[in-house]
Design a protein around this ligand. Structure first.
Ligand code: FHN
Length: 440
């Protein structure tokens, strides 16, 4: 072989290597999060409180979003619900104002749940609210515009699982990483097209919240490609996946369902080790995600405020769910409770927003959140002697006051602890927040 040919061969080889590494960079998640992603994560942790919305054609039957399964409705019959879905009273302004007045900083709404119905205008499936219902309008577009106007972040829930599509072939056995029936590659392509629509047609969207991976634990979901696609389209979008497992490469926040991180009280998170990315926990206002006309197990204002505070104490955001009615209205039991949570947030929001948790382990009386040299002691269960002892190490406490009313609190610092004397606190208050200012 001549020297010139040899050099050409080497050059060709180098070119092939460069091209293949570029291609893999486009289809795989990056090893390290970008600065944009890291910023988005910090901002997300600062927001702390969001509104989760489960809304779809299932709301017509008033029995939750799993009604097709619980009532054993064949998919061909279930699909006809779209013919009656006409939420004339939906008003994006009212929904965004509700979130804002509750003290929430973001909204995560179902763009498509397990029934496969798209709540937005999708070219990839006519089974969507614009092309498949008498309503003919796109509520997600209206929400996106209103959220942008009001400074509320918008995020989309997206179901990986689909009960109705032939390419998904729900119920099929999985062999070698894919279902035996259906068209797995076709289904993955379909999802990529829909996600591209959601990101490019709603450019203000800041997060994608996946769900349903647990339906096919042994399938190859092509998540690396899907995550890389999302971050390529918009690096600032945060990806979370409710797979109930430890975080996977490419994910920006870890989700916990009906569960404070580390507690596994709902039984979903046995396999989920807490990772190094931001955390979020979601919970329902009664017992249902989608509208359920019979579910009257409403959680009290106190329970929900405590959930938010305990989540913040564990460094997690709280995503509180509502299931709007089929007419687009939100039931008064929810709006009343949310208004009261909003009142609490107006006084105490400073002890939640922008704070970080895991300052000290949760105590019998409550938790601590912190912002630099300021700690917020959340006394949710007042000790009978009205004294609270906080381990503070070698930090020097300068000043302590009740956040509600700025009432000075007396204290004693002793051997690595601070003892607060809370005789001026209201014992049955939802949460007596004591602001502690330490010296620098
Ligand atoms: O099956 C869904 C359910 O309908 C709902 O969307 C919740 C929300 O966290 N996630 C799934 C169950 O894990």
């Amino acid at each position: 072989m001549g020297k010139a040919i040899f050099i050409r061969l080497i050059a060709l080889l180098v070119l092939i290597l460069v091209i293949s590494s570029t291609v893999s960079a486009q289809t795989d998640v990056a090893d390290q999060p970008s600065a944009v992603q890291l910023n988005a994560r910090q901002h997300f942790m600062d927001m702390k409180f969001g509104l989760f919305i489960h809304w779809g054609v299932y709301s017509i039957l008033g029995d939750g979003e799993w009604v097709m399964h619980s009532r054993k409705i064949p998919y061909t019959n279930y699909k006809r619900l779209a013919d009656f879905f006409n939420p004339q009273e939906f008003n994006a302004k009212e929904w965004v104002a509700l979130a804002k007045n509750t003290g929430m900083k973001y909204i995560t709404i179902t763009s498509r749940h397990h029934d496969g119905f798209s709540m937005y205008k999708s070219k990839a499936s006519t089974y969507n609210i614009v092309d498949g219902t008498p309503y003919k309008k796109d509520p997600l577009m209206e929400l996106a515009k209103e959220c942008e106007k009001e400074g509320i972040e918008l995020r989309f829930y997206y179901s990986l699982l689909d009960w109705g599509r032939e390419d998904y072939a729900f119920g099929s056995e999985i062999k070698d990483g894919k279902p035996v029936k259906g068209d797995w590659e076709g289904y993955i392509r379909f999802m990529k097209t829909q996600l591209t629509e959601l990101i490019t047609n709603y450019p203000s969207v800041k997060g994608i919240w996946f769900d349903g991976e647990w339906d096919r634990k042994t399938a190859d979901w092509h998540l690396g490609e899907i995550y890389a696609l999302i971050h390529r389209l918009n690096p600032a979008i945060m990806i979370g996946n409710n797979h109930h497992l430890s975080p996977k490469p490419g994910e920006d926040f870890q989700l916990f369902e009906k569960d404070l991180p580390g507690n596994n009280s709902a039984g979903f998170s046995a396999e989920a080790k807490i990772g190094k990315i931001p955390l979020e926990t979601c919970e329902t206002m009664n017992g249902s995600w989608g509208f359920n006309i019979n579910d009257r197990k409403y959680k009290s204002v106190k329970e929900l405020v405590h959930y938010l505070v305990n989540a913040a104490g564990k460094d997690a955001n709280f995503l509180l769910n509502i299931g709007p009615m089929p007419n687009g209205k939100i039931q008064p039991e929810f709006t009343d409770t949310l208004a009261k949570i909003g009142d609490w947030m107006k006084v105490n929001g400073e002890s939640i927003y922008g704070t970080r948790g895991n300052v000290i382990a949760p105590q019998p009386w409550g938790v601590v959140t912190a912002k630099g040299n300021v700690w917020y002691t959340h006394v949710m269960k007042m000790p009978a002697d009205r004294k609270v002892t906080i381990p503070v190490g070698n930090k020097k406490l300068k000043h302590a006051e009740l956040l509600d009313g700025n009432v000075k609190v007396s204290f004693k610092q002793h051997k690595g602890t601070v003892i607060l004397f809370l005789e001026k606190a209201v014992p049955d208050s939802l949460d007596n927040v004591v602001k502690l200012k330490f010296s620098l």
